[in-house]
Write a protein of this length. Structure first.
Length: 396
């Protein structure tokens, strides 16, 4: 509760939370349907989707790393964030007025990934703002900010479920994303602390781009980022297959996809808020391993139970495991580069890149060998191997 009160009362944390919630609303509108839009609506097929996923990941991590380093170099975090939000706005606008395969490819593989800079910069802002508050509340603040990303899934996805059940096309997500991205732009313009006038000390790093990039590529850091990426790959595999296994052939529909993803994300929120209490008594790497094991159970069984009423029971291990694997790594990664908030936040993008590349490989190999069930099993194996490697590297 103290962390929640701080996020409401502190203007900078309030701005960070609002931007994060709006970005979560965009993500939950687009993420579950990226695969079905690519494969079914725009005709790219399974292999084309795998290519788009890999390109999207590459663009996302490149933009996040460059944006994070640039924000540290100049301390112009608001300007960097505005660039990211404008990219999202442009992508949503193009898909709203001129939808088509090539516009979708441009939006999905470049414009939306560039907007992922926002995610890291929000956590950089939150970390800087949290320095003005007691140290024991800082993990809680980060957990609240991360929970605000998941909270829209509780509200927005059920609304999409009703909309799709009423006959709305999947492409309707883009006009809604346009409105949400416009709200993000207004929030950053009006509420984000102005560059050079922050109530905390935020000086340019003084490092060249090459030196800053070399910091993120040190073996000690890179190995841990890759291991966390492997853990994260199970989440990407889940988002890739959920709309492909819950199909009319097994008695499911697009509205079921929205409801399932919404339930998982909605249940994640209260568990995320419990994370700070757990981290005080259990080593982070043990928590990550336990979370990965629970999440893997959900991913492995999803293709098998997609047509069964038992599938709804999977939302509980998915929510508990997801709350841990999505929240605990944030503080773990930021502590690897504690004096570089922008570059430290960009490690989350590197983690996502590693996870997305591993997930894309699992998707391509799994669909070539057998089907979506094999994709899920490959993602589970990768996630557990990554969690085990991290636990061996940092048992404490």
């Amino acid at each position: 509760m103290p962390a929640i009160r701080l996020c409401i009362s502190d203007p900078a944390l309030r701005a960070a939370g609002l931007v994060m919630a709006l970005q979560g609303a965009v993500a939950c509108s687009f993420g579950p349907y990226f695969s079905t839009l690519a494969v079914n609506t725009f005709g790219f097929g399974d292999r084309g989707y795998a290519v788009l996923l890999a390109l999207s990941s590459l663009a996302s991590v490149s933009a996040s790393v460059i944006g994070g380093i640039r924000a540290d170099q100049t301390a112009n975090r608001r300007r960097v964030t505005l660039t990211a939000v404008l990219s999202l706005l442009l992508g949503a606008f193009l898909m709203s007025v001129a939808p088509g395969p090539w516009v979708f490819a441009l939006t999905a593989a470049l414009l939306i990934p560039i907007s992922s800079i926002t995610f890291g910069q929000v956590f950089a802002l939150a970390r800087l703002a949290a320095t003005r508050h007691p140290a024991e509340e800082r993990d809680g603040i980060m957990a609240v900010i991360r929970a605000l990303f998941a909270f829209p899934f509780v509200v927005v996805l059920p609304l999409w479920s009703f909309a799709f059940a009423a006959g709305a096309p999947v492409a309707a997500i883009f006009p809604v994303a346009l409105v949400l991205s416009a709200a993000m732009l207004a929030t950053v313009l009006r509420l984000w602390p102005a560059d050079g006038r922050t109530p905390w000390d935020d000086r340019p790093s003084g490092l060249s781009f090459r030196a800053a990039l070399a910091e993120t590529g040190r073996p000690r850091i890179a190995a841990r980022v890759i291991a966390l990426g492997a853990v994260f790959s199970a989440s990407t595999v889940y988002m890739a297959i959920v709309s492909l296994v819950m199909v009319p052939d097994v008695g499911r529909s697009t509205s079921d996809v929205a409801l399932y993803v919404g339930l998982v994300a909605g249940l994640e929120v209260p568990f995320m808020l419990l994370i700070p209490g757990l981290t005080r008594g259990i080593p982070r790497t043990r928590l990550i391993f336990a979370g990965a094991a629970l999440y893997s159970l959900h991913v492995a069984l999803l293709p098998m139970l997609a047509g069964s009423p038992l599938v709804w029971l999977l939302v509980l291990p998915a929510a508990v495991g997801g709350a841990v694997t999505l929240t605990v790594p944030i503080a773990y990664l930021q502590d690897l580069m504690a004096d570089r908030p922008g570059a430290g936040a960009s490690l989350m993008a590197l983690q996502r890149l590693a996870g997305d590349v591993i997930a894309a490989s699992c998707f391509a190999l799994g669909t070539t060998l057998a089907g979506y069930g094999t994709v899920a099993l490959l993602g589970v194996v990768a996630s557990l191997l990554g969690a085990a490697a991290l636990l061996m590297a940092d048992p404490r």
